[in-house]
Structures are given as C-alpha cells and as structure tokens.
Write a protein that binds this ligand. Sequence first.
Ligand SMILES: Cc1cc2nc3c(=O)[nH]c(=O)nc-3n(C[C@H](O)[C@H](O)[C@H](O)COP(=O)(O)OP(=O)(O)OC[C@H]3O[C@@H](n4cnc5c(N)ncnc54)[C@H](O)[C@@H]3O)c2cc1C
Length: 354
Amino acid sequence: MLARLLQCRGVATTVFERDAHAGERPQGGSLDLHPDTGQRAMRLAGLEEAFLAVARPEDQGDRLYDRDGQLLFDRDGAGDDRPEVDRTALRQLLLDALAPGTVRWGNRIQSIEPAESGYCIIANDLSEKFDIVVGADGAWSRVRALLSDVGPAYEGATMVELGFSTVEHPHVDALVGSGKMFAVGDNRVLIAQRNGLGHIRGYAGLRLPEAVVREWSEASVDKLRAYTQDAFASWAPSLTHMLDVGEILGVRPLCALPIGYRWSSRPGMTLLGDAAHVMSPFSGEGVNLALADAADLADALVRRTSWEAVEAYEEAMAARAAIAAAGAAEGLATTFSNAGVAAVLEHYQDRSPT
Ligand SMILES: Cc1cc2nc3c(=O)[nH]c(=O)nc-3n(C[C@H](O)[C@H](O)[C@H](O)COP(=O)(O)OP(=O)(O)OC[C@H]3O[C@@H](n4cnc5c(N)ncnc54)[C@H](O)[C@@H]3O)c2cc1C
C-alpha cells in the first residue's frame, strides 16, 4: 500500500520480498477492513472499486458457542461496514496496482548498512543504495532490529490453524453461520471463519508453555491432531468434530511487542505494520493499522521538509497502535480465561448495534 501511494505521487519505490512469487505460501485467514483505516487507505490509493469487487460483505456475521456446543449469540452482520476479504485477493489487488518490476521477488534482506545520505540494502548478496528504508517486514522485522533491541514476546497462547472445504465438511459449514464462530471455555477457544471460494479457516487456541509450543511445532500432523484432540477432549463432539476432520495447516504461537512500544527515531529509516506494533489478533486491527500506517507515512514522506514529519507520523502511529494493542491483550486474557464464556458474551453484546 505504501509503494502504491508513493508511486501515485511520483516517488520511485522498490519493494524487497523474500517470497519467490505471490503464490509461494498460503496467506492465512480472511481479514475485515474497517471504514476509517483499511477502507480509507483503499480510497486514497484509488483502489476502492477493486476492493469492493473482491470483498465479501455477506460474511460479517458472528456466532458464539460455549464448550457444550450451545449457541449463545448469533448475528448475521447484514448492513455492517467491515467487509471481509481473502488475504490472497487483497495482496494480489495491491500487487496489480504497482508499476511493473516494483517488487523484487525472492530477495530476503540480509543486512542494511548506513551509507552517505541513506542506506545500502543487501539482499541476495547484492547491495543497493536508497534514501529511505521502511521496514514493512512483519513481526520479526530485520529493520526494527536496527532501531531497537526490543522484540516480540510470546503471549502464552498458541493457535493450531485448520482448513476445511464447505462442500466436504457441511457440519463445519453449518457451525460457522454467516461469518465466523468462536467457542470459548476454560482457557481454550475454537474459531472457524468463512473465507472465499468455499473455504473455511479454523483455529484451535489454548495456553501452552513455550517449550511445549516447540514440541508441537516439530510434531507430525498426526501427532499434532492427537495433541489438540486430547486438549479439547471434554468439549462437545459437535465442536471437536473440527479437530477430527480439519486439514492441519500449522502452529501459530501468539507474540506481541510491549503495549506502547516506541523506538528512537532515526533519519532515513522507519517502520509500519506488524514491524512497528505486532499484537495478538484479538483486536482484529492488525491489517487495518498496517494500511492506515501506509497512508499516513506516504503523506509524511511526500510533504516532508525535514525528518520531523516522519517523527510526527511515528508518534501518531504509536499512539493509535497502543490503543489496539491494549484491546488485543484484553481480548486474549478474556478469551483464554478460567471465567468461561460469560465475559466474551458480554463483549459481543456490548458491541452489537441495538
Ligand atoms: C493467526 C492470526 C490471525 C490474524 N487475524 C487477523 C484478523 O482477523 N484481522 C486483522 O486485521 N489482522 C489479523 N492478524 C494480523 C495480521 O495478519 C497482521 O497484522 C498483518 O498481516 C500485518 O501486515 P504487515 O504487512 O505489517 O506484515 P506481514 O503480513 O507479516 O508481511 C510482511 C512481509 O515482509 C516479508 N518479509 C519479512 N522479512 C523479510 C526479509 N528479511 N526480506 C524480505 N522480505 C521479508 C514477508 O514475506 C511478508 O510478505 C492475524 C494474525 C495471526 C497470526
């Protein structure tokens, strides 16, 4: 998004991407774009129409179950303004909006060295100089490591990611309803979320010590299935069916930077998105913050007469991210708690329009 917005204003931009091509790996579950952040960036980039063409406004519903499989909350989300979009479709839409050759595929950044009035990026053993480097390289950012010693910490909870086809798994299709479902109880959660093209993405989440996460990450698919089935053994079979039939896609330990994370501003180098403020997905804001950062940083870079404009961007971005990070931490604590499903139900009811 940042590259698109800068190119629209005549600024030459290069994107280094470690993936060899756009389809190298599955991108993960569906995302919803919010009006004042994600959707605003799409509008500023002239991509609103392209976004609406791939968005799924029909999939904004929410369901909440308890661990016995009892449905406690059901909203179809009709008329909401947070349309869902598949990650692959969103990424392709942004790629299609860039000048040909902008993305250097298969270029993992190895190091970044200071150079006269800028920085040299070293990727694939070749070195190239740029005036400004923006770390949009996610949770384990190489660029952030040059600005600060602080990195993300494990939050104590892990998600095992699952995939389903609506055709092959009508029971899971029926559980999800018209968007996504959560089932919550005793420090555990089962999530299933409708994606495009007849796909459902699911997660089995639970609190796990870090050493056990390593063991699970290295386990065979069969062992991992047995571990998760075991962890949810006392739950209703209507829910644990997900663990019996889902395709196991990976183990995702949830990590976050400290709430209110900042670094000392350094001319010529800045961050956006997860590189600047990775948090657990329980605020549902990650992609929206990343797109809003891109819009604000593009403004700061184009209008700047000094680095102070970028410092102002960093300050406003950190303040916005801190609110979402506090929400994400609270959401995680509420979901993975001994208190059962009551607090989550209250949260759903509070944010539901009357
Ligand atoms: C399980 C889970 C569920 C989530 N659900 C939601 C949700 O429902 N809604 C939501 O808003 N957010 C969600 N998020 C968060 C969301 O995925 C992130 O906030 C978002 O992807 C951040 O975008 P980004 O571009 O900053 O980073 P990323 O999406 O991580 O992109 C970083 C890019 O940099 C590349 N890269 C990394 N290192 C290098 C290198 N050294 N050299 C070259 N390239 C490199 C990577 O290949 C990648 O393409 C979820 C996250 C998780 C883990």
